[in-house]
Design a binder for this molecule. Structure first.
Ligand SMILES: Nc1ncnc2c1ncn2[C@@H]1O[C@H](COP(=O)(O)OP(=O)(O)OP(=O)(O)O)[C@@H](O)[C@H]1O
Length: 339
């Protein structure tokens, strides 16, 4: 990936709000993010922090009660995706942008054979005739590692295992050679061995196709295995952005540091895991100013937080929201120092 290249996807000042009891509340705010070809960008954060909302906004698949603002530019076009018609979106979705969902059983149509479903985007996005489409479907089912692809093409989703269905979802997402793939928790429902195989497959696809991949996950283990860059989200905002190396070896934001401390480390067997106090606030109770994470690190004085936290450039593509990271420590670190 070259930083000087025009990004494949440019998101600027994006907000998406949901209407709740007659009022709009932002589920994601102030999103500024670039995704490049040939990279895997992980979007990570606790449940409810806005990862899926961000992805759905990029795909133009917001819920009916949602309202998005800002700009999203794709593939060098000057057209703002948030302003294009549903017709125009349909040209892009499934063709130039592919999506892999978490729950393959509900994402796939239970009444249609696998081959027909995988071939559908070829029908909409190419001029291939029936036979050529069928050949391409069988080829792609083989490429995503399904044994007996001709047999699988003739089966219904329920006849396949979870891992096989997820491979079908991937085939469906990549059959038109999309430039951007959005994978929303693609391995959450799978056991660890199958999860590793699916991650390998995603990495292989990215290497061969040079697509940009946005990988949405709450699992830092998955991020560590596969991501080139990481955007950490908290309460609808990106709080830290950097290379996987920067995020794992030199995390700055208190939320990123807390997340990393709350997963087991090999050299910390037997030690208590860190538990992040409290929960992500619901949209209706989202703080409108100040650091949104402040309430979960109450031992850090209010004066450490910015009134209107901004993203700060730490160099080499590493960004952090709010200057509170300069003052942050874990309670046990203070106890150890004082002892
Ligand atoms: N249609 C909707 N109407 C109202 N609120 C919604 C709607 N969809 C999502 N939300 C709220 O928006 C916030 C962000 O939700 P979102 O699903 O984007 O988070 P997430 O990080 O993807 O979570 P998860 O990992 O659980 O899918 C949450 O507070 C959620 O309750």
């Amino acid at each position: 990936m070259s930083e000087s290249q025009e990004p494949l996807l440019k998101i600027r000042n994006m907000n998406t709000a949901y209407k709740i009891n007659g009022h709009y509340y932002n589920a994601v705010s102030d999103i500024n993010l670039d995704v490049h070809s040939d990279e895997i960008l992980a979007l990570v954060g606790e449940s409810g922090c806005g990862k899926s909302t961000l992805a759905k906004t990029v795909m133009g698949l917001e819920d009916e009660d949602a309202k998005a603002s800002g700009q999203i530019y794709f593939n060098g076009s000057k057209k703002n995706l948030l302003k294009i018609s549903e017709n125009e979106y349909n040209q892009i979705r499934g063709g130039q942008i592919g999506m892999i969902f978490q729950d393959s059983l509900s994402a796939l149509n239970p009444l249609k054979k696998v081959g027909k479903q995988v071939g559908e985007s070829l029908y909409y996005h190419t001029k291939l005739d029936h036979d050529a489409r069928y050949k391409r479907v069988v080829k792609i089912l083989g490429e995503v590692g399904l044994p007996n692809p001709e047999l699988v093409a003739n089966e219904f989703p329920y006849q396949l295992s979870g891992g096989m269905r997820q491979r079908v979802m991937i085939a469906l997402a990549i059959i038109c050679h999309p430039k951007l793939i959005i994978a929303d928790e693609p391995t959450t429902a799978l056991d660890v061995t199958i999860q590793a195989q699916i991650l390998d497959l995603l990495r292989k696809i990215q290497k061969i196709s040079h697509a940009g991949i946005i990988l949405i996950t709450h699992d830092l283990g998955v991020v560590a295995q596969i991501a080139d860059r990481v955007a950490v989200m908290y309460a609808g905002q990106i709080v830290e952005l950097g290379s996987a190396k920067q995020i794992f070896l030199d995390p700055k934001h208190p939320y990123t540091r807390s997340l990393l401390r709350s997963v087991p480390q090999r050299d910390e067997v037997g030690k208590n895991l860190y538990v992040i106090h409290g929960t992500v606030p619901p949209l209706t109770a989202m703080p409108t100013h100040g650091d949104r994470f402040a309430a979960r690190i109450p031992w850090i004085p209010a004066s450490a937080h910015e009134a209107n936290p901004k993203m700060h450039d730490l160099g080499d593509g590493h960004w952090v929201r709010c200057t509170c990271y300069k003052h942050f420590y874990f309670p046990h670190e203070k106890e150890e120092k004082d002892a």
